[in-house]
Design a protein around this ligand. Structure first.
Ligand SMILES: [Fe+2]
Ligand SMILES: [Fe+2]
Length: 480
């Protein structure tokens, strides 16, 4: 069969010849009803009957892999799609560097590999759960459609990880696949595994910040796993990255459009000082300082997802050839890191300082550094918009020591510039850096659904182009 084409005949679309793999096919078919019942309980609330203009993967060919059509979300064709196998692919790093890539799980790494798959898998349904109430306050049908597209694809990413668990990890894999449907974002007893995935996404600015910052962590993790010597994981992640690009597009353009609308309204009303918050809010748009605070919040929560700066787990996964660095295949060094060092930002005698650490132990730090660079590119584009209006304001990512709960800086309080402060100072100044109750109430007051075709809420500009090149008056969701 042609790997680029997807078999749509059975219950589960796939390009992994599931029809010939009776055991795994049965396992997935058994898991399917539980998945659907999770989707109905925890997926987008109130829109399960609506027709949504969604893309579905019909191929894994990078050019032209998706088709667009109206779909009811519970009828979305969630499937198992792997990027094509690369002939002669090798393990590209770690102690097994140069060996043929593994098509089966190496016995000695089974537990480590399973854990990597489960942690990645757990984030996928978590974000659907976090976003389930947002449909009701969508600022346009266009945005509502984008939300639902992200949601169904996170559902598909769960399928992607569950396929690996069912196919390669036997009974424990099956149990893990079940557990992925049992945990719930924010649940006090059975929370999702990582902190940022238990936070609320209460409003649309949060949603855009989440897709910008937190889906980008997803991108970094998938990039690192796409390097894996375990070939099925690599192929799975490579295709997920194709979908992930849209999620970050939704985040970046979403924030851009919010900024754009704020700047337009300020200019029309002759408000020149971005810090005149009340004046700006009266215009029905979100003031730039509040947008900055939201960025501070989501950026800092997401940094925690990279784990401890110095990490034995990360070193072991690299050494074993299971999880590489960002773009490992383009880096020029020995790809084993047994000797080199990497500068790690640490807390030394109460001061934040760089310290050279063994490169192998510093891999989380390194991935986080690559992430920050990636984040900054889009922030620069946001600032171009503000600059274009001649408004004296610049969005800045806070210092990595700001508002942390994991790693070196979890023990201290620091301001957005990385100045260490006392608990007392922090309590006093917290509202300067993070959204206050008042900020939240204001944003919430703007969150009223705009469901007329081609119309947008007061606080967000329309997109430059439609999805699938559709015109501005296209009905992206037929609300039932
Ligand atoms: Fe995902
Ligand atoms: Fe995503």
């Amino acid at each position: 069969m042609n790997i680029a084409q997807v078999d749509y005949d059975g219950l589960i679309p796939n390009n992994v010849a599931l029809g010939q793999d009776v055991r795994v096919k049965r396992a997935l078919e058994k898991w399917h009803p539980g998945y659907l019942s999770w989707w109905n309980d925890m997926g987008p609330e109130g829109f399960q009957e609506s027709l949504v203009y969604l893309r579905t993967a019909v191929s894994v060919d990078p050019k032209g892999w998706a088709k667009f059509d109206y779909v009811r979300m519970p009828e979305y064709r969630w499937g198992v799609l792997l990027a094509p196998q690369m002939e002669g692919r090798k393990v590209n790093f770690g102690t097994h560097k140069g060996e043929d890539a593994w098509q089966e799980v190496p016995g000695e790494y089974r537990a480590m590999l399973r854990r990597l798959v489960v942690i990645q898998g757990d984030t996928e349904p978590a974000s659907v759960e976090q976003q389930r109430h947002l449909g009701k306050t969508a600022p346009s049908l266009y945005d509502m459609r984008n939300l639902f597209q992200v949601n169904v694809e996170e559902g598909r990413h769960l399928w992607a990880m569950v396929y690996l668990l069912q196919k390669y990890f036997g009974t424990d894999g099956r149990e893990e696949a079940e557990a992925l449907l049992q945990r719930r974002s924010g649940d006090p007893d059975t929370p999702r595994m990582l902190g940022a995935f238990n936070e609320k996404t209460p409003d649309w600015l949060s949603f855009f910040m989440f897709t910008y910052f937190t889906d980008r962590d997803g991108k970094m993790q998938l990039e690192a796993l796409a390097q894996s010597g375990f070939d099925p994981l690599s192929r799975t992640c490579r295709f997920m990255l194709t979908e992930e690009a849209h999620h970050m597009f939704v985040g970046e353009t979403g924030v851009t459009r919010v900024i754009q609308r704020t700047c337009e309204a300020m200019t029309e009303a002759g408000v020149k000082d971005p810090n005149e918050i009340e004046k700006v809010r009266k215009l029905g748009v979100i003031d730039l300082p509040t947008i900055q605070k939201k960025a501070n919040l989501h950026f800092s929560l997401t940094l925690d997802l990279f784990g401890n700066e110095i990490s034995t787990n990360a070193a072991n996964a690299f050494h074993a050839g299971l999880k590489g660095r960002y773009r490992e295949d383009r880096l020029k060094d020995d790809h084993q890191l047994e000797s080199g060092t990497y500068p790690v930002l640490r807390l030394i005698d109460g001061q934040i300082r760089n310290e050279d650490s063994p490169a192998l132990a510093a891999l989380n730090m390194r991935l986080r550094d690559d992430y920050v660079v990636d984040c900054n590119a889009g922030v620069g584009r946001w600032n171009k918009v503000i600059e274009g209006f001649g408004i004296p304001f610049e969005i800045k990512l806070p210092h990595v020591a700001f508002h942390r709960h994991i790693g070196e800086f979890s023990k201290i309080k620091a301001d957005v510039s990385g100045h260490v402060m006392s608990d007392e100072q922090w309590q006093k100044r917290r509202g300067e850096f993070l959204p206050s109750d008042n900020d939240r109430d204001f944003i919430e007051s703007l969150m009223k659904a705009e469901s007329q075709i081609g119309k947008f809420a007061s606080w967000i500009a329309p997109p430059k182009v439609g999805i699938d090149n559709k015109p501005g008056n296209f009905e992206y969701v037929k609300i039932a």
